[in-house]
Design a protein. Structure first.
Length: 129
């Protein structure tokens, strides 16, 4: 069961345009990433049991993840290969390195994390005793 449709993505979420041919694979990858981000608290079986607000936030997070993947190279982003440098005419692009020298970009969309933050689905800690 898909969490969102192409219509939801474009009409409700109003995301950046994604090619029709790319949408199914980006949707599948985005759902997989959101499930992992929430430590599999969100699945096709558990989503209908959640509050309407949480369901809507999950759908928006999946859309944000689709948009993020599409803007950053699609499913290639999830392969672990980083672009070092590219050029075309006068245009040149080199991937920036982080403070530790790493060129790895997070697979998780920052916007998706902000959308899910108030749901408690991102909480990784233990309880207080």
């Amino acid at each position: 069961m898909a969490y969102v449709t192409a219509d939801y993505y474009s009409e409700t979420f109003k995301g950046e345009p994604v090619a029709d041919a790319d949408f199914p694979s980006l949707l599948s990858r985005a759902e997989e990433i959101i499930e992992a981000l929430t430590m599999y608290r969100v699945t096709a079986d558990t989503l209908p049991l959640m509050s309407a607000d949480t369901q809507e936030r999950v759908k928006k997070a999946v859309c944000a993840q689709i948009e993020y993947l599409d803007a950053n190279g699609g499913s290639d982003m999830d392969t672990g290969d980083g672009l070092q440098s590219a050029g075309l005419g006068k245009f040149n692009y080199s991937k920036a390195t982080s403070a530790d020298g790493s060129t790895t970009q997070s697979i998780y969309a920052p916007r998706a994390m902000r959308i899910l933050a108030p749901t408690g689905l991102l909480y990784r800690g233990g309880g207080c005793y």
